[in-house]
Design a protein around this ligand. Structure first.
Ligand SMILES: *Cc1c(COP(=O)(O)O)cnc(C)c1O
Length: 370
C-alpha cells in the first residue's frame, strides 16, 4: 500500500475528475415564491424556452408546476412538447411565442398547446383552420420584434368582431428596457399596453418579464412571465438581488504548479506573470459552457476566496490563480464557478447571464439538488 503524498490525491478514492453542473431546484422554488410575494395579485408564470434556460426543462418544469405555476411559455412548438411531457398529469397552459404555423396544428391540438399570435394574418389563419384552438395575442408596444404592430393593434381595437367565436386566452406585450428602470420606454410601453387592456378587459393580461416585475405594481397585470429571475439571475440595478443563485459549476483541480517571473499561461501566451504565482489547472472549459471570454477577467471560487482566471479558457481546461487561498490544496479539490457571481461573470465577458446559461453544454455530470 502506498500512502498518497499530502499534495497528491488518493487516486483510489478521489472523485471522478470531471466538472459537475449543480442545479438547486429548491432555490428555483424559493425564487418562484419571491416573485409571487413581489406581485401578490398576479399569477407567476414561467418562461422555460431553450430547455429551461439550459437547465433541463424535464427538471425545472415539474419543480415550477409543484411550486404553483400553471402557465408556461416557450419559443418553439418542439420545446412546448418537452414541457408537456415534463408536466405529466399536472395541469398547465403552455404558450408558444413564435406564432401560429398551420403545419403544426396537429401537434398543437394533440398536446393542447396554445400559439401566441403575432399578426392579423395569423389570426385569420387560425379563424379558418382552428377556430376552436385557444391562443394568446402579442401586441408590439415598442420593441419592434414580435406582435401586432401599432396599425394592426388599432385595427383590431376598432373591429373586435375579428375575435368573435375565437378563444382568446391571454393578451401580452414585452418590455424592451425593463432592466433599465429609468428608461422612458418602460412607461410608454406600459401606457400603450394599458390602452390595449382596456379594449379587452375580460382577458388576462401579461406584460412583465423578470426585470419588469421589479418595476412595480403598474407592470404586474394578471400574469408574469419571468425566466431569468427564477434561475438566479437579475439583481435589480444597484441593489442586492432578492433571488437566490441556482446554477453553479464545480470542477476539480487537475494539477498545481508554481510559476516564475516571465512564465506565460495558456494559448496565445496572453498572460505573463511578473513574479512567483501558484496556479491550478481546472477540468472545465468552453466545451462546458465557461465562455472563452471569461479568460483574463472572470474568476472562480475556492471556498469564499476568489481565484482569478489566468490566460485564455481552453476547450477543457481553465487556469486559476490560487495565491489567495490559504488552505492547502491538492488535485481533486473543487473550484466553483457562477453561483452568486453570474452577473459579475457576465460583465467580465461583456455579455449577459442568459447567454452562458443556455450554453452550459452537454458534457457535465448534472447534479439536481431537491
Ligand atoms: C424570454 C422572454 C421572457 C422572459 O424574460 P426574462 O428576462 O428571462 O425574465 C418573457 N417574455 C418574452 C416574450 C420572452 O421572450
Amino acid at each position: 500500500m502506498t500512502t498518497p503524498r499530502p499534495d497528491q490525491p488518493d487516486r483510489g478514492t478521489a472523485a471522478r475528475p470531471a466538472p459537475r453542473l449543480i442545479i438547486d431546484l429548491g432555490a428555483i422554488r424559493r425564487n418562484y415564491a419571491t416573485l409571487q410575494s413581489l406581485a401578490p395579485t398576479a399569477h407567476v408564470g414561467a418562461v422555460v424556452k431553450a430547455n429551461g434556460y439550459g437547465l433541463a426543462a424535464a427538471e425545472v418544469v415539474p419543480t415550477l408546476a409543484d411550486a404553483g405555476c400553471r402557465c408556461f411559455y416557450v419559443a418553439h412548438t418542439s420545446e412546448a412538447r418537452e414541457v408537456r411531457e415534463a408536466l405529466g398529469e399536472r395541469p398547465a397552459d403552455i404558450f408558444v411565442f413564435n406564432g401560429f404555423w398551420p403545419s403544426e396544428l396537429d401537434e398543437l391540438r394533440t398536446l393542447s398547446l396554445f400559439p401566441v399570435i403575432n399578426d392579423l394574418g395569423q389570426l385569420e389563419a387560425l379563424r379558418q383552420q382552428a377556430p376552436d384552438l385557444p391562443f394568446a395575442l402579442h401586441f408590439d408596444t415598442g420593441m419592434s420584434r414580435l406582435g401586432l404592430d401599432a396599425d394592426e393593434t388599432d385595427a383590431l381595437i376598432a373591429d373586435p368582431t375579428r375575435l368573435d367565436g375565437l378563444h382568446l386566452r391571454q393578451i401580452m406585450s414585452h418590455l424592451a428596457c425593463a432592466d433599465a428602470p429609468d428608461h422612458p420606454l418602460n412607461a410608454r410601453q406600459q401606457q400603450r399596453f394599458d390602452r390595449i387592456r382596456r379594449a379587452f378587459p375580460a382577458i388576462p393580461a401579461s406584460l412583465s418579464n423578470s426585470a419588469g416585475t421589479v418595476l412595480g405594481p403598474d407592470y404586474h397585470y394578471d400574469v408574469l412571465r419571468p425566466g431569468l429571475a427564477l434561475f438566479g439571475g437579475m439583481p435589480p440595478v444597484g441593489q442586492p438581488s432578492p433571488f437566490e443563485p441556482v446554477v453553479s459549476i464545480e470542477a476539480p483541480i487537475l494539477q498545481i504548479r508554481t510559476l516564475r517571473a516571465g512564465d506565460t499561461v495558456g494559448y496565445g501566451a496572453s498572460l505573463t506573470v511578473d513574479g512567483p504565482r501558484r496556479v491550478a489547472t481546472v477540468a472545465a472549459g468552453y466545451a462546458d459552457g465557461l465562455l472563452r471570454a471569461f479568460g483574463n477577467g472572470g474568476f472562480g471560487r475556492i471556498g469564499e476566496a476568489r481565484v482569478p482566471i489566468l490566460g485564455r479558457v481552453s476547450m477543457d481546461l481553465i487556469c486559476v490563480d490560487i495565491d489567495a487561498v490559504r488552505a492547502p490544496l491538492k488535485p481533486g479539490d473543487p473550484v466553483s464557478f457562477l453561483g452568486a457571481d453570474i452577473e459579475d461573470m457576465a460583465q467580465s465577458a461583456a455579455t449577459i447571464p442568459y447567454e452562458f446559461l443556455v450554453r452550459l453544454g452537454i458534457r457535465f455530470d448534472r447534479d439536481y439538488r431537491p
